[in-house]
Design a binder for this molecule. Structure first.
Ligand SMILES: [Zn+2]
Ligand SMILES: [Zn+2]
Length: 90
């Protein structure tokens, strides 16, 4: 099993183990700071799931899931699923 590469989809910056994100109080958050990639974007303070993650390098926001870059093989599997979902004609 291969692990996804985690980096900014806009500038390819890779988060460090020491990188921290803050559960933004101005957006209704609890002000906890933590490494968002250890929890998949879920705040450990209030359990809020952040859909967007800010890049520390380019300061732009991207969807949290867009930071995960899976190997090519994943796409072949989903193509196969589409074929299997074809309804059988009578
Ligand atoms: Zn929070
Ligand atoms: Zn970036």
């Amino acid at each position: 099993m291969s692990e996804p590469q985690i980096y900014c989809p806009q500038c390819a910056w890779r988060p460090l183990g020491t990188s921290r994100w803050v559960c933004a109080r101005q957006m209704g958050g609890c002000n906890t700071s933590w490494n968002t990639f250890w929890t998949g974007g879920v705040c450990p303070g209030c359990s809020y799931r952040w859909e967007i993650t800010a890049c520390h390098a380019c300061k732009r926001y991207s969807l949290h899931k867009d930071w995960y870059h899976w190997p090519e093989t994943e796409q072949h599997e989903s193509e196969h699923q589409l074929e299997a979902e074809q309804p059988s004609s009578r």
